[in-house]
Design a binder for this molecule. Structure first.
Ligand SMILES: Nc1ncnc2c1ncn2[C@@H]1O[C@H](COP(=O)(O)OP(=O)(O)OP(=O)(O)O)[C@@H](O)[C@H]1O
Length: 225
């Protein structure tokens, strides 16, 4: 999977949210870090075709996100910080099945896939539960499971562990480490990125560091003093 940003810019209400970006992303696990409001979510959404650049172009697996946004969204799964924006059905299992149905998976496969992903995230006990009765962290895990179960080619995770305890955050990190797909992971939890292939640091809409996790995280820490 290859993503390219060519002079991609985003201007909103007169503010330059992202200054012209040139990037070629071919790594499997890419972390995005930076200060609040530095443009991480914007870049992540642009990578998945949810936001079109004001100028320039973004391509995902050869599809231009401005022209072929449907194709891009078909191969991309998003997990956002707020699980409530993602959970649609009242019962956890129904919610996970909904994502599978929407993406055209055969019904016979639903139970097996759902069982597998719940098991891997350590939340099998939530299968029959009412989503609105779950804790914040449990809902975040269900939202994540709902996307993982569909195995999208590109997985974009925007602060998916903000409500999780250490055990579950680690489980997510381990799970991501084993995924064959491309993952773009926005987070303030720097320790989750130590084994990543590439980490990009944003500051005020610009890339200020880009490289291996140790160097990128060190640059971020220096910039935040
Ligand atoms: N429609 C808009 N109009 C004006 N400003 C916007 C708009 N959308 C985003 N911004 C601004 O762009 C900047 C980048 O926002 P973004 O959500 O990408 O930041 P972030 O790095 O993900 O931050 P956080 O760590 O706080 O989640 C912010 O200053 C935000 O207020």
């Amino acid at each position: 999977m290859k993503l390219t940003f060519t002079d991609a810019t985003l201007v909103r209400n007169g503010k330059t949210v992202l200054h012209p970006l040139d990037l070629e992303l071919t790594e499997r696990r890419i972390g995005l870090i930076g200060a609040n409001g530095s443009g991480k979510s914007t870049l992540a959404r642009m990578a998945g075709g949810l936001i079109r650049p004001s100028e320039g172009a973004v391509t995902v697996a050869g599809y231009d996100t401005a022209r072929d946004d449907k194709a891009v969204r078909r191969i991309t799964g998003f997990v956002f910080q707020n699980p409530d924006s993602q959970i649609v059905y009242p019962i956890v299992e129904e919610d996970l099945a909904f994502g599978l149905k929407e993406r055209g998976f055969a019904k016979a496969e639903h139970r097996k896939r759902i069982g597998n992903v719940l098991d891997r995230l350590g939340i099998t006990d939530l299968r029959e539960r009412l989503a609105h009765e779950l804790s914040g962290g449990e809902r975040q895990l269900v939202a994540l499971a709902g996307v993982l179960v569909t195995e999208p080619e590109l997985l974009i995770l925007d602060e998916p562990t903000t409500l999780l305890d250490l055990r579950h955050s680690r489980r997510i990190a381990n799970h991501i480490a084993a995924l064959p797909q491309t993952v773009i992971f926005v987070t303030h939890h720097l320790d989750l990125l130590v084994d990543f292939d590439r980490v990009i640091v944003l500051d005020d809409g610009r890339i200020i560091a880009d490289g291996d996790p140790a160097n990128a995280i060190a640059a971020y820490k220096r910039a935040m003093i």
